[in-house]
Ligand binder design. Structure first.
Ligand code: CAA
Length: 282
């Protein structure tokens, strides 16, 4: 299947990154969110980041112009009628995602594919909410999307093998390396990552070390680009908590219970980089 026109619903940090990557690979991208102002803000963010790459001599202005010409803000998903694939990249909330998925299912043509960038929610469940469960695929990008090489691919129980292969190839033509995960809570990356981030919170609460010492230990001791607290702030603490809850509910093991520290920060609205304060200050 050829994917010329892509619809992305949700233009937050993940959605905007997906739009940029698809546009850079030459696809025409329709961008939708709750309203057009949110989309225009996302578009401005992409342009600013690409501008920085030009200033650093990493990109030609002509390449930026090409990417920007492929990005089209639209008023809503009613404009997604002729997309070949719609990718949902909304907040990690199951009720919201099911609602958006149903809307996308009605808006796009019958032969088009529906993908979700969910980082933990059941693809099988989302597929069951549509009239095309065989054409639903999980496509889990990593943050920041333009930088990170991986896309985790998840077939639901009902996904058609040929459809799945087509979407895997699409991610690869966008320059990504793909892995395949079974449709279990958290998939591969978050099954391992979230307990690690959560454990950092428990360890700090027990007085094992300061936030700074834990981050520095992991960064320098394990040669990771960031420590767990800085990484949780990058992802967004609300997202980390949402995924922790999916693991806890879906796997039913108390070892996945979210740390009270993580819950408190989310209650305070200290959600990480996007709010200027999370475990660290920005
Ligand atoms: N969007 C696009 N590009 C970005 C970016 C963003 N939000 N943030 C940084 N970059 C680019 C910069 O432009 C820069 O590009 P050049 O090298 O071409 O100049 C490059 O990334 C490096 O950025 P910086 O020099 O500003 O900073 P850095 O060297 O400290 O790198 C980082 C920043 C790429 C975020 C790096 O710290 C890193 O890789 N951290 C780990 C990220 C990670 O683990 N992500 C996965 C999270 S888990 C996930 O996403 C799954 C989930 O469901 C929760």
């Amino acid at each position: 299947m050829e994917f010329k026109k892509i619809g992305v619903l949700g233009t937050g940090q993940m959605g905007a990154g997906i739009c940029q990557v698809a546009a850079a690979a030459g696809c025409e991208v329709l961008m939708a969110d709750l309203n057009i102002d949110i989309v225009k803000k996302a578009l401005g963010g992409i342009e600013k980041r690409l501008g920085k790459a030009v200033a650093k001599g990493r990109m030609e202005q002509a390449a930026v112009d090409k990417i920007m010409a492929n990005l089209h803000p639209v008023e809503g998903i009613a404009d997604f009628k002729d997309v070949d694939i719609a990718i949902e990249a909304a907040t990690e909330n199951i009720d919201l995602k099911l609602k958006l998925f149903k809307g996308l299912d009605e808006a796009i043509k019958p032969e088009a594919i529906l993908a979700s960038n969910t980082s933990s929610i059941s693809i099988t469940l989302m597929a069951a909410a549509t009239s095309r469960p065989d054409k639903v695929v999980g496509m889990h990008f990593m943050n920041p999307v333009p930088v990170m090489k991986l896309v985790e691919m998840i077939p639901g129980l009902q996904t058609d093998d040929a459809v799945f292969e087509d979407v895997v190839k699409l991610a690869q033509t966008w320059g990504k390396t793909t892995t395949v995960s079974k449709d279990f809570p958290g998939f591969i990356v978050n099954r391992l990552l979230i307990p690690y981030l959560n454990e950092a919170c428990f360890a700090h609460t027990e007085g094992l070390g300061t936030i700074e010492d834990i981050d520095t230990s992991i960064k320098l001791g394990l040669n990771n680009p960031m420590g767990p607290f800085a990484l949780a702030d990058l992802i967004g603490l609300d997202t980390v908590l949402a995924i922790a809850n999916v693991l806890h509910d879906g796997l039913g093991d108390p070892k996945y219970r979210p740390s009270p520290m993580l819950i408190k920060y989310v209650e305070a609205g200290w959600l990480g980089r996007k709010t200027g304060r999370g475990f660290l200050q920005y």
